[in-house]
Every structure is written in C-alpha cells, then in structure tokens.
Design a binder for this molecule. Structure first.
Ligand SMILES: CC(C)=CCC/C(C)=C/CC/C(C)=C/CC/C(C)=C/COP(=O)(O)OP(=O)(O)O
Ligand SMILES: O=P(O)(O)OC[C@@H](O)CO
Ligand SMILES: [Mg+2]
Length: 250
C-alpha cells in the first residue's frame, strides 16, 4: 500500500504557503500535448498539485494516457479526481478517495468506492479520504452524482456534513460548487466549515478571479481548485496573480 507521501507533501506546502492552488485537468477537454504543457506551466507559477478527472470522463485509456503524459514533466503530485470507477488509473501519485456524502444514490456514497478500491491498491495509489460535498445545483457533478445540493445560503448544513466526515475519519473535505459554477461557495460557508472541521479543506467551482480566491482563503480554505478558467483560455498571468494572492492572504 502506498504511504502518505502526498498528504505529507500537501501539509508541508501548506505550512510554507498558507494556501495552495490545485489545477484540474479534464482528460476529456485537453489533449495530451496541451495537458502536458499546461501542467508544466502551472507548476512554474506555483500550483501544488494537478487533479485529473471529470464527471463524465469515462474513457479510462485516455485518462491513463493524460496522467502518463503529464507525469514526465512535473515534480508536483498528480492526484486523481474520479467521478466514477473509470477514474482510477495507474501512475498517478494519489487519489481523492471521495464519498459524495450528500448524494441520494448510495452508489456515489460507498459503492463506487468498493468497486474502485481494489484498483487503488493494485496501482499503488495513495488514497486521500475525502468528503465530497456538492453545493447548489445544476452542475455536472450535481447531476451525475445525484446530489441533493446543499443550498449556498445554508453553511451550517455544510458544517454538519464536514463534522460527520471528521467523525468518520476523513481527513479532507471538498466543498464543490461544481465545475463552471456561476458563483463559488460563499466565504461564509467556508468559514463555518472551517470552525468545525479540523482537516484539509478544499474549495472549488467557479473560481476565476483574485478577489474571490482571496476571500475563500481568508475564510479558511486550505486549497482552491481551478479548472474551467484555464479550459476557457484564461491567462497564466492571471492565474499567477491568483496563486500569489492566496499565498499571502490568510
Ligand atoms: C473513489 C471512487 C472510485 C469514486 C468516487 C465516485 C464519486 C464519489 C463521484 C462523485 C460524483 C461525481 C460525478 C463527481 C465528479 C467529480 C469531478 C471529477 C468533477 C470535475 O469534473 P467536471 O468538470 O465537473 O466534469 P465535466 O467536465 O464532465 O462537466
Ligand atoms: O472548473 P471550475 O469551475 O474551476 O471548478 C473546479 C472544480 O471544483 C470542479 O470540480
Ligand atoms: Mg470539466
């Protein structure tokens, strides 16, 4: 079984930088060459990890190729972000071994995990036990995952889930507004969850400007995930501004 190298790395990065930037590469959207270049570029400007996944990325071969292609050029960890068992592929460093706790379908709470676990072991991936909480509605993750989205304006409900996750032994919570969400999770929700949850707090969905990123980190986020901004051609210069800003703003 893989050790806890990636978790240890993330924690030590966090001590140095205060807050981390994770970049999501969707193997369905970016081609091989573009992904490899993007991963190198974002490492240079201070990203701490590359997430690879997609809620409708079901092509395991394509996903495995993207991971392999990215890996050669970078030192930061590649962390799988599976939307299903098809998201478990070899050669990555770790996996967000997540349970969509507010799903209405038990498949996304524990069944996909049971089906995927043997491959995680076989591939030597480090599992990062993650409570994946979908906030709001109308996004791919919400639809595909049959989530009963936690309303944006109900931070206490998110905090109750995060506390339950902690009691269940999960060391990561991911507050997910959904890829391309019109608005990100509110700083108030992050703050409320931060007060309750003791582990590593990831926030993603709809983050594309410095001000939002800074406010989420000030509220207590440990890592921000950005995907769509780059998929839509957002500049590396602006991404670097976001990276710099969050590394100062706690
Ligand atoms: C641990 C294992 C083996 C599986 C976990 C399975 C779970 C909990 C899935 C949650 C539901 C789900 C569909 C999550 C998607 C997460 C994800 C990769 C989101 C980012 O992708 P998007 O960008 O939203 O996808 P699209 O590009 O397809 O819209
Ligand atoms: O694509 P964006 O909106 O940046 O969201 C990233 C991630 O949280 C989606 O799972
Ligand atoms: Mg996507």
């Amino acid at each position: 079984m893989a050790g806890n190298k990636v978790e240890t790395f993330l924690k030590s990065e966090l001590k140095k930088k205060n807050a981390l930037l994770f970049i999501l590469i969707d193997s369905e959207v970016s081609n091989l060459e573009a992904s490899a270049k993007l991963a190198k570029d974002v490492e240079k400007i201070g990203a701490s990890a590359i997430l690879v996944g997609g809620s409708s990325a079901t092509d395991q071969i394509e996903m495995a190729q993207v991971v392999k292609g990215i890996k050669k050029g970078i030192k930061i960890p590649i962390i799988l972000f599976p939307g299903n068992v098809t998201g478990v592929v070899p050669e990555a460093d770790a996996i967000l071994f997540s349970s969509l706790m507010n799903s209405e379908n038990p498949y996304f709470i524990s069944q996909a995990q049971a089906l995927g676990a043997p491959s995680v072991l076989k591939f030597g991936l480090e599992p990062l036990p993650t409570a994946y909480l979908v906030i709001g509605d109308g996004t791919s993750a919400w639809f595909v995952g049959s989530a009963r989205g936690i309303p944006f304006e109900k931070p206490k409900i998110a905090a109750a889930y995060a506390l339950a996750a902690q009691f269940l032994g999960m060391r990561f919570v991911y507050l997910e507004a959904g890829s391309g969400a019109k608005s990100s999770v509110t700083p108030e929700m992050v703050k409320t969850v931060r007060h309750t949850f003791n582990g590593f707090l990831i926030v993603g969905g709809g983050i594309k400007d410095v001000k939002t990123a800074q406010s989420l980190v000030k509220a207590g986020a440990d890592a921000l995930v950005i995907g769509t901004f780059l998929e839509k051609g957002g500049s590396l210069k602006k991404l670097q501004e976001i990276a710099k800003a969050i590394q100062r703003s706690k």
